[in-house]
Design a protein around this ligand. Structure first.
Ligand code: UDH
Ligand code: MN
Length: 403
């Protein structure tokens, strides 16, 4: 016969075992499976933004198009239009980002009926508080552009911005020059409209949280603070690459971006140093909000690693006023007002100048790292370091993303 005392003992043992099993299951690694099971038993949320949308880790997120179909063409006269609220009611938080095959530009167009010629948009029912231009440096990345447009249009509409998307396409096959294309984008976009903020945006970076507002701060803003490529952390304190936002005043104050970084690397750090040299700070959103997914890719043909980048970076203090927006020379080849964006194809010349014969090609990428004067970017002299937030300087993982 089992005594009452031993019954209690069995009960405690059973509860103890349950506790151990639960502790094991909730350990890292099991967490996803536990979440998965919990989700199976949870009722789906009809709003399209379920609780998972607010998961801190952002494992999943909401549909970037959710609730946008409520927007329709305005019936209100422009003069009677109220200002949009300070905080958009469409902003919800994490966004689910994936790259399904078979997406077409025609589908993106259909999903964005309020976007007009040249990739322009304004909220239909209120007067936007901000006017933002997106500048995308581009060559041979049409596949990435399609995904960016798919996500960026509804992302910006969620924020009730008045916006325009400009793709600055480098003509020809000469070495790519990201920063010079940004200078072209700045001048050409400002020529068209009085934008109050410009977002300089790599084509392969997809924002994963709509609280990352595409408006300018009092100081130049580095928006792509947490990329999946760098483990959702800032790779080093001075990093200013991927996506950054400057007002026209910020841009002119730092003489724009450099024109002479041909090939991969260095130009983003030069820009970061310019911010500081012009007496400004780098502002950043939080790590939770400034999250981006980079579409996986290899280093492009025509964009070899620039072996001169460290030597050039060491001289930014002497060069920033002599090279930049005030010396950007280029020739516009075409300007097309396409349904989802304005495409500006531009000839930016070569290292030798706009029409001079091109110099010999860069050294092969492998040898470049062996340069004696090479200096790691993370060691930018302290006197010109921007005073951004004190992030722990993670080990610099330099190098283009590989698949
Ligand atoms: N791009 C093109 N076509 C090219 C090359 C570059 O469109 O042939 C554009 C495109 O917008 C791209 C951007 O330039 O997103 C930057 O080039 P990338 O995507 O090759 O750069 P990567 O992903 O940069 O390698 C990651 C930053 C690493 C920081 C290193 C410290 N300087
Ligand atoms: Mn990239």
């Amino acid at each position: 016969m089992v005594s009452i005392q031993s019954k209690w003992r069995y009960l405690f043992m059973f509860l103890g075992i349950q506790l151990v099993v639960m502790a094991l299951l909730s350990r890292e690694g099991y967490q996803k499976r536990v979440t998965y099971f919990i989700r199976i038993f949870r009722k789906p949320d009809a709003s399209g933004f379920s609780g998972r949308n607010h998961s801190a880790a952002g494992i999943n997120g909401g549909d970037v198009y959710a609730n946008l179909s409520h927007l329709s063409k305005a019936h209100i006269h422009a003069d009677e239009m109220p200002y949009c609220p300070k905080k958009s009611p469409f902003v919800r938080g994490p966004i689910h980002v994936s790259f399904p095959s078979g997406l077409t530009l025609a589908q993106v167009q259909k999903k964005n009926p309020l976007v007009v010629r040249g990739g322009r948009y304004r909220p239909p029912d209120c007067e936007a508080r901000h006017r933002t231009a997106i500048i995308i440096p581009h060559r041979h990345r049409e596949h990435h552009l399609k995904f960016l447009l798919y996500y960026l249009h509804p992302f910006l509409q969620r924020q009730q911005l008045s916006y325009g998307i400009y793709v600055i396409h480098q003509a020809g096959n000469y070495t790519f020059n990201r920063a010079k294309l940004m200078n072209v984008g700045f001048r050409e976009a400002m020529r068209e409209e009085d934008w109050d903020c410009l977002f300089f945006h790599d084509v392969d970076l997809i924002p994963e949280d709509d609280r990352n507002t595409y408006v300018c701060d009092a100081n130049p803003k580095h928006a792509a603070i947490a990329m999946d490529k760098f483990g959702y952390k800032l790779p080093y304190k001075m990093y200013f690459g991927g996506v950054s936002a400057l007002s026209p005043l910020h841009y002119l104050k730092m003489n724009g971006f450099p024109n002479n970084y041909w090939g991969w690397g260095g130009e983003d750090d030069d820009i970061g140093i310019r911010v500081s040299l012009a007496g400004m700070y780098i502002s950043r959103p939080s790590l939770k909000v400034g999250r981006y997914k980079m579409i996986k890719h290899k280093l492009d043909k025509g964009n070899d690693v620039n072996p001169k980048r460290f030597n050039m970076l060491a001289k930014t203090r002497q060069t920033w006023k002599l090279d930049g927006m005030n010396t950007a020379e280029y020739e516009i080849i075409s300007r097309q007002y396409l349904p989802l964006y304005t495409n500006i194809t531009v000839f930016i010349g070569t290292e030798a100048g706009l029409h001079a014969a091109p110099p010999p090609p860069l050294k092969p990428a492998g040898k470049a790292e062996a340069e004696p004067a090479a200096k790691p970017v993370a060691e930018v002299p302290a006197n010109i370091q921007a005073k951004g937030p004190a992030e722990p300087a993670a080990k610099l993982k330099e190098g283009p993303s590989e698949e």
